[in-house]
Design a protein around this ligand. Structure first.
Ligand code: TEU
Ligand code: CA
Length: 548
């Protein structure tokens, strides 16, 4: 639809560069590796690639700690490699979205090196400092600190600096207009090179109330939307680009504050409510022993469809570099059902009214690696939490079991290209262990198998392209209380499509509107509908059908 912006109809393929393809044998994925695999990416039919941070970084948090925003991380290559990659992508009609990590920098960024030096350094106000003579600063939560304390004392100037993540990720001071100007010029640098958008890391956190009142929630600070409007005026409106708010903590009620076009802020909201399902409320990433509740799952995704019914636009995803593998978390990765469940989750993602963000490896049905030993983990989040529990003499065994389901490294293991050594990812020693199941789960084997998850994904992508109903059609939930099946229709003009997803290990029956289902795609052969309209589904069966 030419009257609509391209990013509504796009499918975004997310690549974690460190884990995709290593071109030079150092065990770390890189930009040349991605370039080598563009044929593969293009063969999927996706429209855009989002790369996690590729900028100079000491890699305390794998690139989310940036020491030079206008250079390429040594591990990933050079600016020439970047220019070559962008040109090759554009030649193939693939767009490129980069990660803008502007809530914090690395402590090795020259701004912070200066800022630390003295209280009257010209860069002092680029960060948040709290003088120690004022006492202990009011509590703020840090995701990665061993004590979850976001204030770090620095003896050099007898002051604390703020860091919501690791101590090597000091928060930038967005209340300072000089800092904001620097960020805008960094954005222009990349946009002028021709990139097609930014995914904005933890953007709801950028504004802080610098009177530091004691509060529980400190996201969506007082000047957040003013800053985003200024960014729109100064930068975004001048380019044909997409801007995506990583919307941590953003509720349906607040969502349009970010993406209502009349507000002139951002384009897409990437919400977290789906990711929170199945965890114990109030606890940080502790899985609920009763597991994922399908009724809750339906409620959340139905509510988010409603949010953008008239204005704005959303995203949909079930996995990324901060999450376990979607098949392990939301499907069933056991041998009996893995193939069907992997395809069912893809069907879910590509049949909603939102831009799908599809995480590389999920087209193969990659699964959690489930490390037994803390030494196998590379992620600062897992390592620091382990250290906290050790210091508190907590239950380390329970923690390690929990990590098998929740740890971020489960989603970061190298991409499985072949059944060969290191899954064909590297000729060297991989930075993070390769999942041993690459002997059966790999792109090469799936390429030649018409029934593979990979080839199903390609058919699904083509189907979404052919049927704009899957992009724009009205979404209506059917049988909200069915405990096994997630069912909905999508309708646009004359076309009505039915989506049936059996999220369970047992067969299921569901009453649907319409007879004589004209099945457009299904992950399992055979769909039987009784004269009454009742449809019988096999475990993890998924289908999209046209109804009349
Ligand atoms: O993550 C944002 C975020 O809000 C974190 O809480 C996230 O949920 C984290 O993974 C905790 O498990 C972004 C990035 O996606 C993440 O990789 C970074 O570590 C983080 O910001 C800091 O830049
Ligand atoms: Ca490399």
């Amino acid at each position: 639809d030419p009257s609509q912006p391209w990013w509504k109809e796009s499918i975004v393929y997310q690549i974690y560069p460190r884990s995709f393809k290593d071109s030079n044998g150092d065990g770390i994925g890189d930009l040349r590796g991605i370039l080598e695999k563009l044929d593969y990416i293009q063969s999927l039919g996706v429209d855009a690639i989002w790369l996690n941070p590729i900028f100079s970084s000491p890699n305390d948090d794998n690139g989310y700690d940036i020491s030079d925003y206008c250079n390429i991380m040594d591990d990933f290559g050079t600016m020439q490699d970047f220019d070559d990659l962008l040109a090759a992508m554009h030649q193939r009609g693939l767009r490129l979205i980069l990660d803008l990590v502007a809530n914090h920098s690395s402590d090795e960024h020259p701004w912070f090196i200066e800022s630390r030096k003295s209280r009257d350094n010209p860069y002092r106000e680029y960060y948040h400092w709290y003088p120690a003579e004022n006492g202990v600063p009011p509590k703020r939560f840090s995701f990665f600190d061993v004590k979850n304390d976001a204030w770090k004392y620095d003896a050099l100037t007898d002051a604390y600096y703020l860091r919501y993540f690791s101590e090597k990720q000091p928060d930038l001071n967005w209340e300072n207009p000089d800092l904001r100007r620097e960020i805008y010029s960094i954005m222009r640098f990349w946009l002028d090179k021709g990139i097609d958008g930014f995914r904005m890391d933890v953007i709801p956190f950028i504004s802080k109330d610098t009177t530091w009142p004691p509060v529980q929630v400190y996201s969506e600070g007082p000047s957040l939307h003013q800053h985003l409007q200024e960014m729109h005026d100064e930068v975004l409106q001048h380019y044909d680009m997409v801007s995506i708010a990583e919307g941590v903590g953003v509720t349906p009620e607040k969502a349009l504050n970010f993406v209502d076009p009349d507000r002139r802020e951002l384009n897409l909201l990437y919400h977290f409510e789906g990711m929170d399902i199945g965890y114990i409320p109030g606890e940080y990433k502790v899985p609920d022993p009763d597991g994922v509740d399908l009724l809750e799952f339906k409620k959340v995704y139905t509510a988010w469809d409603k949010v953008f019914e008239h204005r704005g636009w959303g995203t949909i995803y079930l996995g990324n570099h901060d999450q376990p593998r979607m098949l392990s978390r939301w499907g069933n990765d056991g041998p009996a059902f893995a193939n069907a469940a992997a395809k069912l989750l893809m069907t879910f993602l590509l049949s909603h009214r939102a831009t799908p963000f599809f995480y590389a490896g999920d087209e193969l049905g990659m699964t959690n690696i489930r490390f037994d030993y803390i030494d196998d983990y590379r992620d600062i989040e897992t390592i620091n939490q382990y250290e906290r529990i050790r210091q508190e003499v907590g239950d380390l065994k329970a923690f390690m079991d929990n990590q098998k389901m929740t740890a971020r490294d489960n989603g970061r293991t190298p991409f499985q290209w072949t059944a060969g050594p290191n899954a064909g990812f590297t000729t060297g020693e991989p930075w993070l262990k390769v999942n041993p199941n690459h002997e059966t789960v790999n792109a090469a084997a799936q390429e030649t198998n018409p029934d593979s998850p990979l080839n199903y994904f390609r058919r699904l992508v083509a189907l979404r392209r052919q049927h704009k109903t899957l992009v724009y059609g009205t979404y209506t939930l059917i049988d909200p209380t069915h405990p096994q099946v997630y069912a909905y229709t999508r309708s646009l003009e004359q076309e009505q499509l039915l989506v049936l997803l059996n999220f369970s290990n047992d067969p299921a029956d569901i009453q649907v509107p319409g007879k004589d289902l004209d099945v457009l795609i299904s992950n399992l052969p055979g769909v039987s509908q009784a004269a009454s309209g009742l449809v019988h589904l096999m475990p993890w069966q998924a289908l999209i059908a046209r109804i009349h």
